[in-house]
Design a protein around this ligand. Structure first.
Ligand code: GLA
Length: 380
């Protein structure tokens, strides 16, 4: 029997589950060195991985889609699109770290709605990274797996995403939200206690094709903003270094569009910290107000919302049993996240389903999610 240098025998199969995420507040702040407040949820991807005895042949089956894909681990490159890029991207990033990955067969399925803004892609990346690490005893820590998953998205999928989704999927903890400082990568967990209220997601069931190109555009607009501000103040290396006062004092020296983008990021960072205090102080009312402010900032300053998201948020404003509502994730579709009184969910969903269908011709989908642990092996 083969024995590894650490005295264990090689594993031949692994089953891993990796969750989607919500984000209470802190949108488009992660790639600006800012703060986010996500949590992992009870929607997940499950991956079964096994060695296939070949030196460098991989076959992956996407059960939900009834699709299968094989590639040579020593010779592969990104496709024009598709889930295959998440798989190859993760393998590529781990290989860059000198991972010795042999032939494998993988099969995955899940219940995270694709395009729903709950990070189905991060869950897929993290499940594969974690499973490969376990089965081939690669010895990476969770941060290396998170980074490799994020870089898969940059280099194989073409989205220059931040770290939030992969972090939340990998590091989630049952019933806890996480405050992550995307600059220092320090994080802390604390319970999500909303008293008489709960989280409700409403999926617009729309995912606009604009999402990826506009995402990268926003990122470069922020970089443009940093470059402008840096000229006058060389210590500024990211939008995290900018205060609202500083920004306002530079208002006349930058394009209006860039001003609005930065205004969102700087004010959103402030809101994340205020929201954290509101949660810790058992103050869901204040949290709700910040959540609304976040939406309007994403809608007007950052311009990443959509008519469907705005409509769903508008439908909550006259309901005194809803404290806050906003678009969640990258934008241009996906879900809203709502803080709603327990016991009024069915009433609200009934109402909003009718008005939404009258407006757009189809229903939104509600999800009452629970907060769960991050990526790990499936307990048998
Ligand atoms: C997507 C990205 C994240 C983050 C959000 C917006 O989900 O993957 O890194 O930037 O959008 O907050």
């Amino acid at each position: 029997m083969e024995v590894l240098p650490n005295g264990t025998t090689p594993r031949h199969s692994v089953a891993v589950q990796s969750p989607g995420r919500i984000n209470l507040i802190g949108e488009h702040t992660d790639y600006n060195d800012g703060y986010v407040l996500p949590a992992a949820i009870d929607k997940k991807t499950v991956m079964q991985l096994k060695r296939n005895g070949t030196a460098h042949q991989a076959t992956v089956v996407a059960s939900n889609l009834n699709e299968s894909f094989s590639f040579d681990l020593q010779n592969f490159s990104p496709l024009p699109g598709g889930w295959q890029n998440y798989i190859m991207g993760v393998v590529h990033e781990l290989q860059k770290l000198n991972a010795d990955i042999h032939g494998f067969d993988a099969e995955f399925e899940g219940d995270i709605p694709i395009g729903g803004g709950m990070s189905s892609s991060a869950a897929l990346e993290c499940s594969l990274a974690f499973a490969l690490n376990e089965m081939f005893d690669l010895g990476f820590d969770k941060w290396q797996l998170i980074k490799a998953s994020q870089m898969a998205e940059h280099n194989f999928v073409g989205i220059k995403c931040g770290i939030m989704d992969q972090f939340a999927s990998m590091m989630g903890k049952k019933d806890q939200v996480m405050l992550l400082d995307c600059r220092s990568l320090e994080y802390s967990y604390f319970p999500l206690e909303l008293g008489a209220y709960q989280i409700l997601l409403l999926n617009t069931n729309v995912s606009h094709s604009l999402a990826s190109s506009e995402y990268n555009t926003r990122r470069s607009e922020c970089e443009e903003g940093v470059a402008l501000l840096k000229k006058e103040n060389p210590v500024i290396s990211s939008l995290r270094d900018v205060s609202l006062e500083q920004l306002v004092s530079h208002r006349d020296r930058m394009p209006k569009r860039i001003f609005r983008r930065i205004h969102h990021v700087v004010s959103e960072n402030k809101r994340v910290l205020e929201a954290t205090n509101a949660l810790l102080g058992n103050n869901p009312d204040v949290l709700g107000k910040l959540v609304y402010q976040s939406h309007f900032s994403l809608q007007n300053d950052y311009e990443v919302s959509s008519p469907e998201l705005d409509f769903l948020v508008q439908q909550t404003i006259d309901k005194d049993y809803i404290l806050g509502s906003r678009m969640m994730g990258g934008g241009f579709g996906g879900c809203t996240i709502n803080i709603i009184e327990k016991g009024r969910v069915a009433e609200f969903v009934d109402k909003v389903s009718v008005t939404y269908r009258n407006q757009f011709g189809f229903h939104p989908t509600p999800y009452s999610v629970s907060i769960e642990n991050g990526t790990g092996e499936v307990e048998s």
